[in-house]
Write a protein that binds this ligand. Sequence first.
Ligand code: NDP
Length: 381
Amino acid sequence: MKRIAILGATGSVGTSTLDLVEREPDRFKVVAVTAASNVEALADAARRTNAELAVIADAGKLPALEAALAGTDCRAATGDDAQDEAACMADLVMAAIVGTAGMKPVMSAIKAGVTVALANKESLVTAGRLMMDEARRRNVAILPVDSEHNAIFQCLGGRDCDDVARLILTASGGPFRTKSAEEMAAMSPAQAVAHPNWSMGAKISVDSATMMNKGLELIEAHHLYGLPSEQIDIVVHPQSIVHSLVEFIDGSQLAQLGPSDMRIPIAHALAYPDRMETPCERLDLAKVGELTFEAPDPERFPALRLARAALEADASRPIVLNAANEVAVASFLDGKIGFAEIAARVEDALEKIDVAAPGSIDDVIAIDAETRARTSERIVA
Ligand code: NDP
């Protein structure tokens, strides 16, 4: 029986994880679930799974959570210590919080020797070197859930990257792949979150529309697989069937294919090193018919250029990139700035916020906080 903690249990990845583990009650036991503020969905998940601990980040919602869990054996809690406790009490933690908020519990899980199934890419983008060093020191497995990194993990088949020439991340191109820069500038939040292939949370959907998502994934891939920027390429593949590729030194390329359903990489991480069945639709290549590929356009999607430059600079740059992007995306979703302003705000932050590279998680948190404050100020002004 694998004991599972689901951080961000009420979100898109969290609910897909619940869907899978609830199908195999003899194999998985959910011990903890967490959320930001959605009491109803969190309590429902805790009740359904008989979880031992439910943690709500919004402290003001604790009484409502306690009331919703009355009569169960599940303890309701809030605060950083409770988040850490949830992350550390399992054999495997599904890290599915959105944004930098997910970083501390992931680090706590690694320090406690808990296997991490990592969806929360922002953790690696901001604290990748520190996390990977800690994971190596403690011999903790980090299993990638992001479909691209999971595809690469599967193609590598447990081997390291000694024989790898390059990694090729595929990108759908998002909902604005064929739009002009002028058309994109006028797009609304509703249009930006309407992803053609994947059903995801709002923040990552906007990141897909700007292609910052691929930029963050480039940095994530660098940390997971230890290859430099010049050995990680991006190719646009609108059908989202090939989830990424590995090219070896002899010229062979291996790819992982599947339908656009996050339950497949989630299932891979949950069951690893075994496999589990999923209810996902099977891929019928004859029905798909055509798989196409094209080069990304860094002019219309400046986020790609910004992310690559951040990866190639010192370790403070990805933190600034990520924090400015989180603030800018939230402001776009709130209707405060236009779509084209997202990348402009990130570029502005990268130019103006000059800080030393982090030596610790506390440094990462400080750079993140400073960038958020300064980016928010500029957006309010
Ligand atoms: P959602 O927005 O759907 O869900 C986010 C989850 O995080 C919710 O459970 C939310 O709780 C919780 N949460 C947010 N802030 C906090 C906080 N401060 N403390 C505790 N919990 C918090 O996001 P997704 O599921 O789409 O994405 C989750 C992560 O996975 C992201 O990092 C994303 O980049 C990554 N990812 C997602 C994919 C997808 O298909 N969705 C694919 C690949 C990667 P509440 O409901 O209460 O707000």
